[in-house]
Design a protein around this ligand. Structure first.
Ligand SMILES: [Zn+2]
Length: 323
């Protein structure tokens, strides 16, 4: 395995008995393609598999295709390859309605809606301009550009990717079509954003793939937790994450993530019992009184995720938030 660091991301070139597979396309900042080219001289992969459709994992998809390398993606993320999140007007309307109905005071709502609009504009720019925008947060040298693409293969089941040992597991949650790559003979896990050393990825408020049944919102956290439980059934020797250094205590990191999630669910359950008629914002205020105004979007996403978990378990949750 050859790790290649590209700003905040790491992509991995696997050699399965001469058949090369790249895990993640790499983030498309200015200079990223050249850095990849340089790292992979004489090592062109036969295919690239993106762990999910987010910009930092899939935005060099079209660049690879122009070089004649097919790009594979989980079927549930096709909409993300075709159009960055939030840039679909229908999705943006649903997201706005969600915020307007969460019970936050108007000025708080205004701040969140302005932030959402800013994010939408940035994503529109990422896919509309040929140039590279200045860096916004220092994770990559410039902001990421996204040339949308049609994946060459949509992965809709666990299966083989390269050689006898390299396969994928579909693990929805972080996104609807999220997947991980495994090397069964080595016990290696290429986890994308599903498992990171020091961060439990916040489950985002995000749309279901177009045409999928059910309400517009994809219940990210219940799916993410199910996926973590599935990973816990394997005995991995090493995890190569999409961000940060590889680590060996894979089972422990999975367990800590699950425990943290269970603790939060218990806190949200207690808050629901104390205030059965609270709005989503009211619950957020109870649970995170100091941070709620500063980090509302993150907190709302987290609390809504745990409400989704409770609801799935058949428990009564405040139902005031549309979505
Ligand atoms: Zn991601």
């Amino acid at each position: 395995v050859l790790p290649i660091q590209l700003g905040y991301n790491t992509v991995y070139l696997l050699d399965a008995g001469g058949e090369r597979l790249l895990v993640d396309t790499g983030p498309n900042y200015r200079g990223a393609a050249e850095a990849l080219e340089h790292a992979l001289v004489g090592l062109q992969p036969a295919a690239v598999v993106a762990t999910h459709g987010h910009l930092d994992h899939a935005s060099l998809g079209s660049w690879w295709q122009h070089r004649g390398v097919p790009v594979w993606l989980g079927a549930g993320d096709l909409h993300l390859a075709r159009r960055p999140p939030l840039t679909d007007p229908a999705e943006f309307r649903e997201m706005t309605r969600f915020i307007e109905s969460c019970g936050a005071p108007p000025e708080v709502q205004g701040t969140v809606l302005a932030g959402l609009e800013e994010r939408r504009r940035a994503l529109m720019r990422a896919s509309a301009y040929r140039g590279y925008q200045p860096a916004s947060d220092g994770r990559w040298p410039t902001a990421l550009r996204y040339d949308t693409f049609e994946p060459d293969r949509l992965l809709d089941a666990d299966g083989d990717l390269a050689g006898p040992d390299i396969g994928c597991l579909l693990l929805p949650g972080h996104t609807p079509g999220n997947l991980v790559v495994v090397d069964r003979s080595e016990g290696w896990l290429f986890s994308g954003d599903q498992l990171l050393r020091d961060i439990a990825p916040t489950p985002a408020i995000q749309a279901r793939p177009p045409g999928a049944p059910g309400r517009w919102r994809f219940p990210s956290l219940p799916a993410y937790v199910r996926s973590l439980r599935r990973l816990a059934e394997f005995d991995f020797a090493r995890c190569f994450p999409g961000h940060g250094e590889p680590f060996d205590d894979v089972a422990r990191v999975i367990r800590l993530n699950l425990e943290q999630s269970e603790e939060r669910t218990a806190r949200v359950r207690a808050a629901c019992q104390e205030a059965p008629d609270a709005t989503l914002y009211g619950l957020c205020e109870r649970l995170y009184p100091r941070a709620v105004r500063r980090r509302l979007w993150q907190i709302v996403s987290t609390v809504q995720g745990h409400l989704d978990l409770l609801e799935e378990a058949g428990e009564r949750v405040p139902g005031s938030c549309s979505g």
